[in-house]
Design a protein around this ligand. Structure first.
Ligand SMILES: [Fe+2]
Ligand SMILES: [Fe+2]
Length: 351
């Protein structure tokens, strides 16, 4: 199994010492990045939902999609293999963040050749999806550059597919996410395939609450492994100062059973409920911006590069290109480097 990569997302000029000085202050400081008049938009607030996706079909129509044969390959494997044990093991492994280093733009370009096989609405390379969603949200929220950046980076966890990050299969990178350790809600797409998941018949994991308690907060819930949680982990471990709403959107944007179907609400706490409004807003731009009209990368690149430069303390965010073959040779230097530049964190990647 592989490790991960590191990004120093010390955003909007907040020094690291400030970030590290306590959760309460972080929440207050970071929330200040959100403009006072920035409110999550409801559907009635002027957002126009397009009638059709990149193929002229309804969005998320898993029965009629022209990509059905591809999508149908991914979900059975996802639902059968994403057990509680698999997720726990994989998350712990990737929390080591010991694989590769790259700038945000380098990661974006790494996704240039990657097409999400779980997506019924788009078969464009991921770089297009990132820019389409960022440009769409920028149009409606011109003053909220934290939202532009959130959209730009929200799917960068898909680098997990790349050999630098262990070449994970699509079923462990893409697709909707759901909690593990409790019953699989029937609203999850392709629910029927869970019957072959060993957890389906495990009495410890197949009740409504499973190993969790009512209102325990999503922070304490293990989600099926994929690009959402990985990107959240990378941002968090590298001292991001993105506001909580942004981190929530990154971490749960594929949690359709919750933000679209309303399932698993009993696991949420008050803070989750507040952040849910933003992930629902964000989702409109993530989902409905999908189109076969390509963004001119070179045209918008200067804006996003300046945004990245504005909100990050260094042009290179990750400095850990540690290939397995020579990892052991560099081990001492590597850990010295980690200690020198990173906030201390627990096994969950939390500072
Ligand atoms: Fe995603
Ligand atoms: Fe996305």
């Amino acid at each position: 199994m592989t490790g991960a990569f590191q990004w120093y997302l010390s955003l909007l000029c907040l020094p690291c010492s400030e970030f590290l000085s306590g959760n309460k202050m972080i929440a207050v400081e970071n929330q200040a990045l959100v403009s006072k008049n920035a409110i999550p938009k409801e559907a009635s607030d002027g957002f126009t939902v397009p009638e059709s996706n990149a193929f002229g079909q309804s969005f998320r129509d898993y029965e009629a999609s022209v990509r059905l044969s591809i999508v149908e390959n991914t979900y059975p494997l996802n639902h059968i293999n994403q057990t509680y044990d698999f997720v726990k093991r994989t998350r712990e492994e990737y929390a080591k963040l010991n694989k590769a280093e790259m700038s945000i733009w380098e990661a974006i370009e790494l996704l240039d050749s990657f097409v999400d096989e779980s997506d019924p609405d788009l078969d464009e390379p991921q770089i297009q999806h990132l820019l389409q969603s960022a440009e769409a949200i920028r149009k409606d929220y011109p003053n909220e550059d934290w939202l532009h950046l959130t959209a730009l980076i929200h799917d960068l966890g898909k680098v997990l597919f790349h050999s630098k990050f262990g070449s994970l299969p699509q079923w462990a990178v893409t697709g909707d996410t759901h909690p593990v350790g409790c019953a699989f809600d029937e609203s999850i797409v392709y629910h029927k395939y869970f019957k072959e998941n060993p957890d389906y018949n495990n009495p410890a994991y197949n009740t409504k609450l499973g190993i969790y308690s009512e209102g325990c907060g999503l922070e304490n819930v293990l989600m099926s492994w994929g690009h959402d949680d990985y990107m959240y982990m990378v941002a968090k471990a590298n001292g991001t100062t993105l506001p909580p709403a942004a981190l929530f959107a990154i971490r749960y944007h594929s949690f359709y059973p919750l933000h679209k179907e309303g399932a698993y609400q009993y696991l949420m706490n008050e803070e989750d409920r507040e952040n849910l409004k933003w992930v629902q807003t964000f989702n409109k731009y993530d989902l409905y911006s999908k189109s076969n009209v390509r963004i001119d990368v070179e045209k918008v690149k200067p804006y996003y590069e300046s945004l990245i430069k504005k909100v990050c303390t260094s042009a290179k965010f990750c400095a850990l290109v540690i290939l397995n073959t020579f990892f052991s040779l560099l081990k001492l230097d590597f850990f010295f480097f980690l200690f020198a530049v990173l906030p201390r964190k627990d096994s969950d990647g939390n500072p």
